[in-house]
Design a protein around this ligand. Structure first.
Ligand code: UD1
Ligand code: UDP
Length: 371
């Protein structure tokens, strides 16, 4: 009897768990692979929130997170731990998603062990190594070392081809975030927070390292101005636990009656909040992909994006972490029904909910040829 193909799926942070969950669940439905889930736990509570929701229990948990961890020490602590796992487990393939420190270190460790690495959400690029920091460098490194590139869109495929990646190593699969969203959005879930239902909801998230300091303070000032100028809005801001975000947000906005600062929401309530929102203001990658599919305009708190598709379709607008631009763009969408309607169209350039199946098919066919 043939031995099963052993695949390790690695997850470190909240968005990796959301976007890998559909792949893990799809692989678990197949008879040919043995799927092992490795949590680096670069995030702890936010990772556990998502794993619980999707009913995924890690087989290996490195529990790596430290409070206010620095990039260098996080990287240095991950490498020997991952090295040991690969030595013991000897998988036939390893998968990881996105552009975090977890992904970059996994790709590197696989390279050292000569184990084929599959990159989920491959080929996103701004072509500016400093923005987003350090994610652009992480995904360039992961992409350079990957055996399989699961590109969400044609644009990401073109980025990889331009870097010399072989056409045969790239598959356009869509983004698994839409699989996760469709699995979740259809369920009747409450936001779980007492909102004033007579007011329009602005949903905010922010966590990018390049926005730490003055840019984040500008964002907070803009939110306060919007709340003060518009008595018919309420702002819900689930604050990322990174202390560089949390401390500033609470210090600058904690006393504002129409701004609700909360802990990060569980995934299903957060999706419910996106569905209920009038407008979303965020620097999140995943939110930029999900909101258009829900017909919600997004003002992105960044000057560039590796996700140009929704910007080109006119449903996402880049406003940067700039006070004037945030206030002006949000106020226009609050006041101008036509401008709002043009952005609230419900388009899904990032996927159709079948991305995980496409990824599994590529792997199934590859290992069938090898056997
Ligand atoms: C990380 C990723 C970023 C991704 C983001 C998603 C890196 C370098 N950064 O940023 O690409 O977009 O996750 O959210 O890989 N913390 C907690 N509990 C948690 C998670 C974080 O308390 O569950 C706090 C800890 O103090 C931790 C800090 O946040 O040290 C920073 O976490 P880290 O993963 O290093 O960076 P993020 O800013 O979360
Ligand atoms: N999200 C969540 N709870 C929140 C905020 C965001 O579940 O309070 C989800 C969101 O729906 C998206 C993902 O987290 O799928 C985005 O994660 P994050 O913004 O932390 O990282 P990024 O996508 O920027 O890497």
């Amino acid at each position: 009897m043939h031995r099963k193909v052993k695949i390790i799926a690695v997850i470190g942070t909240r968005p990796e768990a959301i976007k890998m969950a559909p792949v893990i669940l799809a692989l678990k439905n197949e008879s040919w692979p043995e799927i092992r889930v490795l949590a680096t736990a670069q995030h702890r509570d936010m990772l556990d929130q998502v794993l619980n929701f999707f009913g995924i229990v890690p087989d290996i948990d490195l529990n790596i997170m430290h409070h206010n961890q620095a990039l260098t020490t996080l990287t240095a602590r991950l490498l020997p731990e991952l090295d040991e796992v690969l030595k013991v487990e000897k998988p036939d393939a390893v998968l990881a998603q996105g552009d975090t420190t977890t992904v970059m270190t996994v790709a590197l460790t696989c390279f050292y062990h000569q184990i084929p690495f599959g990159h989920v959400e491959a080929g996103l690029r701004t072509r500016d190594l400093q923005n987003p920091f350090p994610e652009e460098a992480n995904r360039v490194i992961a992409g350079r070392l990957a055996r399989w590139h699961f590109a969400p869109t044609e644009t990401s495929r073109q980025n990889l081809l331009r870097e010399g990646v072989a056409e045969s190593a790239i598959n356009v699969t869509g983004n698994t975030v839409i699989d996760a969203l469709l699995m979740t959005a259809s369920k009747p879930v409450e936001i779980g927070i007492a909102l004033d239902r007579t007011k329009r909801l602005l949903l905010v998230t922010s966590h990018r390292r390049e926005n730490f300091g003055e840019p984040l303070r500008n964002i907070c000032r803009a939110l306060r101005t919007l709340a003060e100028r518009n008595s018919d809005i309420q702002i819900l801001y689930p604050v990322h636990p990174n202390p560089n975000v949390k401390n500033v947000a609470h210090r600058m906005l904690g006393d504002c009656a129409d701004i609700l600062l909360t802990e990060p929401l569980d995934y299903a309530p957060f999706v419910a909040a996106m569905k209920h929102a009038y407008l979303i203001i965020s620097d999140s990658g995943g939110v930029q992909e999900e909101a258009p599919a829900l017909g919600k305009p997004v003002l992105v708190l960044r000057d560039e994006t590796e996700r140009p598709e929704a910007v080109e379709m006119g449903v996402v607008e880049l406003v940067g972490p700039h006070y004037e631009r945030i206030v002006t763009a949000a106020q226009r969408l609050l006041d101008d029904v036509n401008a709002y309607g043009a952005m609230a169209r419900g388009v899904s350039p990032y996927g159709d909910g079948k991305s995980a199946q496409r990824i599994v098919s590529v792997l199934r066919e590859h290992f069938a040829r090898c056997s």
